[in-house]
Design a protein around this ligand. Structure first.
Ligand SMILES: Cc1cc2nc3c(=O)[nH]c(=O)nc-3n(C[C@H](O)[C@H](O)[C@H](O)COP(=O)(O)O)c2cc1C
Length: 230
């Protein structure tokens, strides 16, 4: 590859990585089946253990999405069910502080105050309305393949998120969409051997929404990497 091409691809990828952020308000315009296929095909170029490609993708839109949303909101109200992969029950430092910062940044982008309980409940509930996205994917992977299959699925997920950005679209990965797996299983055909890992709402971002102005920071390289030599 020539030096110019290297620079071009580095800048292009850098732009896509920097432009990706979790988007929590979408326009109601649905994507075409062709466009969704193209995104999934590109995402499937992700690496996986011995090329096992253990991702299963359930693409949902239309009336089915509305029915799932209604049932998820009821399940959340009744706290009925537990996720296939347990959520962390506490966040020791330094993770707790980072989570708090991200929560506070999002709350402020949404224009919510600490005392606005109703607004905060509505913001949590908007997860189960898919932030108005007209299409969502639910990601599952076989339990029997163990933890590395989750890593493979994570590679697929990031490829999916970046491909959305490359297409001018946006997305939000959501563990909250895997919080009440009974609901999802009652609507979709998911084998007993599969773990429901997360969902991703995606589509055209609403550029005017406060929630979409939120940008999270990152720790520096020396805060997470150790270099060894000699
Ligand atoms: C596995 C996973 C699960 C997530 N679940 C949710 C979720 O349920 N709801 C939500 O609003 N954001 C969710 N997020 C988005 C994170 O909050 C977000 O990635 C993080 O704050 C960093 O912000 P950024 O994506 O804008 O860079 C999730 C992200 C990942 C990777």
């Amino acid at each position: 590859m020539s030096a110019t091409l290297n620079e071009f691809s580095r800048d292009l990828l850098g732009g896509i990585l920097r432009n990706r952020h979790s988007t929590r308000a979408f326009l109601s315009t649905a994507l075409s089946r062709d466009q969704i296929n193209r995104i999934l095909e590109a995402s499937s170029l992700a690496p996986s253990w011995c090329n096992t490609q253990p991702w299963r993708v359930h693409v949902v839109s239309g009336q089915m999405l509305q029915r799932i949303s209604k049932d998820l909101i009821i399940a959340a109200r009744d706290r009925d069910d537990v996720p296939d992969i347990p959520f962390a029950s506490e966040y020791p430092e330094p993770f707790g502080g980072r989570k708090q910062n991200a929560d506070a940044d999002l709350q402020s982008a949404r224009g919510l105050t600490n005392s606005d309980y109703r607004g905060q409940i509505e913001a949590v509930r908007s997860n189960w309305r898919f932030f108005n996205a007209p299409q969502v994917i639910f990601l599952t992977t076989p339990k029997s393949l163990g933890s590395y299959a989750l890593l493979d699925l994570g590679c697929f997920l990031q490829s999916f998120l970046l491909t959305c950005v490359a297409e001018g679209l946006a997305a939000c990965p959501q563990a909250s969409l895997a919080q009440y797996p009974k609901v999802i299983r009652s609507h979709l055909s998911i084998d007993d051997d599969e773990l429901l890992v997360c969902g991703v709402s995606f589509g055209w971002p609403d550029p005017t929404a406060g929630a979409n102005q939120c940008r999270t920071g990152r720790i520096g390289v020396l805060d997470f990497a150790k270099f060894y030599g000699e």
